[in-house]
Design a protein around this ligand. Structure first.
Ligand SMILES: [Zn+2]
Length: 98
């Protein structure tokens, strides 16, 4: 269900879309949360704060694709903290001064 919604959202946004599974991403990222660096317990439900979720590196709302290259493994807690920081309704590109 979640994967279906994710792909639908990506398609509506005109984003590139290639299939992947949470298990594939978790194995590639050696079961470590890519936001805090701690291990992710794959036995937990993705609805638990420390449960596994797939986080989009470049959010779909900012033109990121729903592809294995643009996602990484993250705890739900870490994913939601990041999500609060990057407001998905904000559509202007993020400009970072270098
Ligand atoms: Zn984390």
């Amino acid at each position: 269900m979640a994967a279906k919604n994710r792909r639908r959202r990506a398609r509506l946004a005109g984003a590139e879309c290639r299939p992947y599974t949470l298990a594939q991403i978790a194995e590639r990222d050696v079961y470590c949360c890519q936001l805090c660096g701690d291990l992710v317990d794959m036995k937990l439900s993705g609805l638990k704060p420390m449960g596994p979720t797939v986080d989009h590196i470049v959010p779909i709302s900012r033109g990121g694709g729903d592809t294995p290259e643009n996602v990484h493994l993250a705890h739900r807690r870490c994913n939601e903290e990041k999500g609060a920081y990057y407001d998905p309704r904000e559509s202007r590109p993020l400009v970072i001064a270098v």
